[in-house]
Design a binder for this molecule. Structure first.
Ligand code: IYR
Length: 227
């Protein structure tokens, strides 16, 4: 028998009792998680080695645990393995990036990006075993028509953060790639008009000779202010 609810409700509620850890155990887990995630880097040099479908499924299961506005869960993840589709995505992304990198009118962009040594060539989109594209559902579509969605960017952003965390935890690498504009993905991946392409994630193991820019993270006193 479950205990009677201590409060009146107009909708179904269930008890919630996550494990309450001793404080020292919680801090140790937090420290371990920080060290684990601090070792993550965005990768642009990938191995073509296969990654099982199950790993993609698990990462999306993790993303799908994200909190969301009104619990509307306004995301769709499209997992692409087909080499023909990956190549179409590469060609369309490179076309967008080419016009971006050729825009001489925005020198501050070139300054901000120079240490990443990126350019319009996105060959990794052909190399990786998977490309996952996260889509944001601008509104829902129900039998009754359009359903307004709340805090779509925040919700999908949180889900994508969890997705990246899950990939790193499985020893996989990714990159948050956002060619601009990304409308071509709606067409190539045959998605409905209520979905907006949000982030392209090339996913695989890092190449054996993978390198990343020598970047550091900002110190805690710039990220955290106490009042
Ligand atoms: N989308 C381009 C440019 C680019 C923009 C940002 I902000 C980056 O952090 C990295 C790259 C590209 O992918 O090359």
């Amino acid at each position: 028998m479950t205990a009677p609810s201590p409060r009146p409700h107009s909708h179904p509620f269930v008890p919630y009792h996550p494990e309450r850890l001793p404080v020292a155990d919680g801090l140790r887990r937090g420290q371990e998680l920080f060290e684990h995630l601090d070792a993550r880097r965005s990768v642009r040099f990938f191995s073509p080695d296969p990654v099982p479908r199950e790993a993609i499924e698990l990462a999306v299961r993790v993303a799908n645990t994200a909190p969301s506005g009104a619990h509307q869960q306004p995301w769709t993840f499209v997992a692409v393995q087909d080499p023909g589709l990956k190549h179409q995505i590469r060609l369309a992304a490179e076309a967008e990036e080419k016009s971006f990198y050729e825009r001489e009118d925005i020198p501050q962009w070139h300054g901000a990006l120079s240490r990443l040594e990126t350019d319009a060539n996105k060959d990794y989109l052909d190399v990786v075993p998977w490309i996952v594209v996260a889509f944001a559902q601008k509104y829902g579509v129900t039998g009754a028509g359009r359903q307004k969605h709340y805090y779509v960017n925040e919700s999908v952003g949180i889900a994508c953060g969890l997705f990246i965390t899950a990939l790193h935890t499985m020893g996989l690498a990714t990159l948050t790639h956002t060619p601009n504009p990304m409308g071509f993905l709606t067409k190539i991946l045959d998605r409905p008009t209520n979905e907006r392409p949000y982030i392209v994630f090339p996913i695989g193991y890092p190449a054996e000779d993978c390198e990343v820019p020598d970047l550091t993270r900002k110190p805690l006193d710039e990220a955290l202010i106490w009042r």
